[in-house]
Design a protein around this ligand. Structure first.
Ligand SMILES: O=P(O)(O)O[C@@H]1C[C@H](O)[C@@H](CO)O1
Ligand SMILES: Nc1nc2[nH]cnc2c(=O)[nH]1
Length: 352
């Protein structure tokens, strides 16, 4: 595309066929050699933007630019990042003094394409803490490579975020789980990783983290324990579990044979997100808290007489019903974190 939105053909003609060069070509002489080689009439800035859109991984400098845009635009430096799962966008609605950025208006940011994911980044205050929340995440099934799906986690890091709160809607495989229950994630099975996909694939930038990060203890135990205490205080402890999540590529829900296999592997809840975000967060040494809202029960029996077919409408409806409890859990946990000194200080070294 040219800056005027017209497509330049390989011989340099415009697709309208009337002229060899676009009228504003003289203003575009400052092209990169690479752009000249392919007779592309993009300005260097446009050319760079197109390359970024096509690349799987974002260079550090581009992520820094996005982070600067958010920090400058909001005038805030968030300490906690929240990713809202399907139908859980209300987690961002409770943020006060909010500065809202639509994804389309953030330079080099992908756009949300799924219902229940509004596509807004909300920066503001929650329980006294400065937070940034993604009202809309990116999924592999939308066509985004994993590195792009979890790129916003790196943006969070460069904005100053220390804690990632990742939430999701998931199907309950553990037969004890009921619709509406909350499962605090204490581990995951990375099925996309089994298939050779990772958000860390490609050259490693050590400014983010090591080439071979360890993932044991990825889910912060102190935060899990605090959340359990909060659940007790809220009177929802019988609807709370600690379990293992697995992410599949989607967008299909699972077959019964797949669910049986996952259960054999020790998986309690299954979804289509979060794991690559957690990997990216741990790679750059963020503390992670994550939970699944169980929006449907996954039947692992062929002769189950109940209508067990998962669907996105049901997922959204259950999330809407349980948003109050999810918001309260998140708010209370953030209040506790806010009461703790920032990590790096002497006192914090002994805390979470
Ligand atoms: O973004 P999350 O993981 O919460 O969304 C789940 C997985 C699919 O995107 C969708 C299926 O209903 O909900
Ligand atoms: N993969 C998957 N994702 C979900 N998200 C909400 N429910 C489900 C489910 O049953 N399976």
């Amino acid at each position: 595309m040219t800056g005027s939105g017209k497509v330049a053909t390989s011989n340099g003609n415009h697709s309208n066929g009337h002229s060899n060069k676009p009228a504003d070509y003289t203003a575009r002489e400052n092209q990169t050699d690479e752009a000249k080689k392919i007779q592309c009439y993009l300005t260097p800035e446009e050319f760079r933007a197109v390359r970024i859109m096509q690349e799987d991984t974002y260079p550090y400098e581009v992520i820094q630019e996005i982070a600067d845009f958010i920090v400058k635009g909001s005038g805030m430096r968030p300490r906690i990042g929240i990713i809202c799962g399907s139908g859980l966008g209300s987690l961002a609605d409770i943020i006060q003094d909010a500065k809202v950025f639509e994804y389309e208006k953030i330079p080099n940011f992908p756009v949300s394409t799924v219902e229940g994911h509004a596509g807004k980044l909300v920066v503001g205050n929650l329980e006294g803490a400065c937070v940034m929340a993604m009202q809309g995440r990116f999924h592999f099934y939308e066509g985004y490579p994993l590195a792009k799906c979890s790129m916003p986690v790196r943006v969070m890091k460069l904005c100053g975020v220390e804690y990632l709160f990742a939430t999701n809607a998931a199907g309950g495989i553990n037969p004890k789980y009921m619709v509406g229950d909350i499962m605090l994630m204490h581990d995951h099975v990375n099925m996309l990783g089994f298939a050779g996909n990772s958000p860390l694939q490609g050259p490693n930038d050590p400014r983010f983290g090591p080439r071979f990060p360890a993932l044991v203890n990825s889910y912060n135990k102190d935060l899990i324990n605090k959340a359990l205490e909060i659940g007790k205080a809220m009177g929802i402890e019988s609807n709370m579990h600690v379990g293992v999540y697995s992410c599949l590529g989607g967008p299909t829900y699972e077959t019964i044979a797949e669910l049986k296999a996952l259960r054999l592997m020790g998986v309690d809840a299954v979804g289509m997100s979060t794991v690559h975000e957690v990997i990216t967060a741990r790679h750059c040494d963020m503390k992670v808290f994550a939970f699944s809202l169980i929006t449907n029960k996954c039947s692992i029996e062929y002769d189950d007489k109940r209508d067990q077919e998962a669907n996105h409408e049901e997922v959204m409806a259950v999330a809407k019903n349980r948003q109050k409890a999810c918001c309260e859990l998140v708010s209370r946990l953030i209040r506790e974190i806010h009461a703790m000194p920032p990590s790096g200080t002497q006192a914090a070294k002994t805390g979470v």
